[in-house]
Write a protein of this length. Structure first.
Length: 248
């Protein structure tokens, strides 16, 4: 089956059709269509307040849509509970439990879901290995560096083996050097897991280096979408040019 935009349904990662969002009288998202392929690293960029987080939260199910449809894979999830969508979100504030060890922070959602103990241990150890946290599993968050804490937050998403990872400016609390390092780690993680990822940032360097496909948001619409170099070389309007285009 084909979904109109050219991507076969079985290749579909996340699909938005006519999505709108208002808060009271304020229209934040006016009409967004998007096709993100399975396994693709998609990045939403745009100025502060343009609705990047709102859009991501609608994909996660943390915010209702005012109108439109959202598919994850072949399933329509527009009215599904967040827990049923097969997504996991990583926030800018790591939101770790300070009284729990790194292991227990990563195990938390699996324990809630009453997964068998052996499975919990295996999944946490696998995630820890990917994130180089194996030697830190018994520590408390307060004993970790900022980068390690952010990796624990990512580990909490990995153990759930989601179809789609959602990142909301996960590196913006880190210093510049660590941001560069974590950027490389995220790229490595994407390669290792092969999962669909949607990543929100207002940092154009992050967008250019991480994305398979960039969506430039402004004024409630997607101004342009495409591969980073295509947007850079051939921005469709002055806004896109100013944001990521080449300075010609
Ligand atoms: P971004 O992530 O791009 O900075 P947001 O999605 O956080 O933007 O916000 C987009 C707009 O929607 C902003 O004007 C913000 O104030 C508003 N907004 C976001 N969430 C709510 C809410 N729960 N209630 C009212 N307004 C909101
Ligand atoms: Mg935001």
């Amino acid at each position: 089956m084909n979904m109109g935009g050219g991507t076969a349904m079985e290749d579909m990662g996340v699909h938005l059709q006519g999505v709108q969002k208002s808060f009271g009288p304020m229209k934040v998202i006016r009409g967004v269509d998007m096709e993100i392929r399975r396994g693709e690293f998609a990045v939403f960029v745009g100025p502060s307040g343009c609705g990047k987080s709102t859009l991501l939260r609608m994909v996660a199910g943390l915010e209702d849509t005012t109108d439109g449809k959202i598919h994850i894979g072949e399933r329509e999830v527009t009215d599904e509970d967040p827990a049923d969508r097969g997504v996991a979100m990583v926030f800018q504030s790591y939101a770790l439990y300070p009284h729990l060890s790194v292991f227990e922070n990563m195990a938390f959602s699996l324990r809630l879901a009453k997964r068998p103990k052996a499975e919990v241990t295996k999944k946490v150890q696998e995630a820890a290995a990917i994130l180089q946290l194996t030697d830190h599993l018994e520590k408390k968050p307060s004993q970790l560096s900022g980068g390690q804490r952010q990796r624990v937050a990512i580990g909490r998403a990995i153990v759930r083996a989601p179809e789609v990872f959602l990142f909301d400016e996960p590196l913006s609390n880190l210093d510049a050097e660590l941001r560069v390092q974590m950027r490389l780690e995220l790229a490595r993680l994407h390669k290792a897991l092969g999962a669909t990822m949607i990543y929100v940032t207002h940092d154009q360097v992050e967008a250019m280096t991480l994305a398979d496909k960039i969506f430039v948001l402004q004024g409630g619409y997607v101004q342009q979408s495409g591969a980073p170099l295509d947007l850079y070389d051939d921005p469709s309007n002055r806004f896109v040019a100013g944001f990521i285009g080449s300075p010609s």
